[in-house]
Design a protein around this ligand. Structure first.
Ligand SMILES: [Zn+2]
Length: 291
């Protein structure tokens, strides 16, 4: 089966064809986000139309998605006018093949389960660390969506009561302290040149920089400890480019394990294995498995 796979993000749209779990012909195009949801969907149609002969369409997208209807329930200011777009209906009508639409972190979790770091796992969590923190819950090999298709907003766990204000309207959310943007915020107080996660890790030999990284890694552990106690997962997949830093991959289990009750300590923390392809592969797999 050939699946047309698309990954719609705030800055770029990735498109490729997935055949037997292999991603081919990957292309990346800037998202016309400022021109509104209709422009985004029209570009998606153009990208799909440029590939011939596919049997399904799998879409991984930013925003909260109803996977039954393929409607975007909510998208933030990165994609203005995208909320309410009937992505699945549009693509099925235009191309005459079944389509599956899923939230990007959920799709990435499925990609990692089928082809990556969570292969063979049935009960696991997936978190992605970037500007914010995204989450996905897989229970018994199936995504858990919650009553309103909004489960897994782990970035808004409350880890600091009365702490920093967050874009969600609350205060003290996990992502305000543990996202890569939080690391950069603290590190750039030492030196404005420390303006990305990569730049910060490149200067880890400096004690002041290492101290900022240590404090940030502890913040990551607080959210993970709460989640592991809630879900008792076999495995937690940690996504986002920063999680490929070997120091962090080694350090997080050392920080998390002593904070867990003994019954939970068998959990494995694993860096994501598929990088940017996870969402495309997961969306393609979901589309291919549709009846
Ligand atoms: Zn929040």
């Amino acid at each position: 089966m050939r699946v047309m796979a698309l990954d719609i993000g705030g800055t770029s749209i990735k498109a490729g064809v997935v055949v037997n779990g292999r991603l081919e012909r990957l292309r990346e195009t800037p998202t016309p986000a400022a021109r509104g949801g209709e422009a985004v969907l029209r570009l998606v149609e153009v990208l799909a139309a440029s590939e011939a002969g596919f049997d399904r369409i799998g879409v991984s997208t930013a925003g909260q998605v109803d996977p039954e209807t393929g409607v975007i329930l909510f998208a933030n200011e990165n994609l203005p006018g995208y909320t309410g777009m009937r992505v699945r209906e549009r693509l099925e009508a235009r191309f005459g093949v079944p389509a599956a639409v899923e939230n990007d972190v959920n799709a990435a979790a499925i990609g990692e389960m089928q082809f990556g770091a969570a292969r063979g796992e049935r009960d696991f969590l997936c978190l992605t660390y970037g500007t914010g923190i995204g989450g996905a819950v897989v229970i018994g090999g199936t995504l858990y969506h919650g009553s309103g298709c909004s489960a897994g907003e782990f970035g808004h766990l409350l880890t600091h009561p009365d702490g920093l204000p967050c874009g969600c309207g609350g205060r003290g959310c996990y992502e305000s302290y543990a996202a890569v943007s939080a690391l950069v915020r603290e590190a750039s107080r030492l030196d404005p040149l420390l303006s990305s996660g990569r730049a910060v890790f490149a200067r880890r030999a400096e004690p002041a920089v290492q101290a900022v990284i240590d404090a940030w890694a502890r913040e990551i552990s607080y959210g993970l400890v709460s989640l592991i106690h809630c879900f008792n997962p076999a495995c937690v997949v940690l996504g986002g480019g920063i999680m490929q830093e070997p120091w962090l991959a080694a350090r997080l289990p050392e920080l998390v394990r002593p904070q867990l009750m003994p019954a939970y300590r068998a959990v494995r923390l694993r860096p994501a294995a598929l990088g940017n392809a996870a969402g495309l592969l997961g969306a393609a797999w979901l589309a291919a498995s549709r009846k």
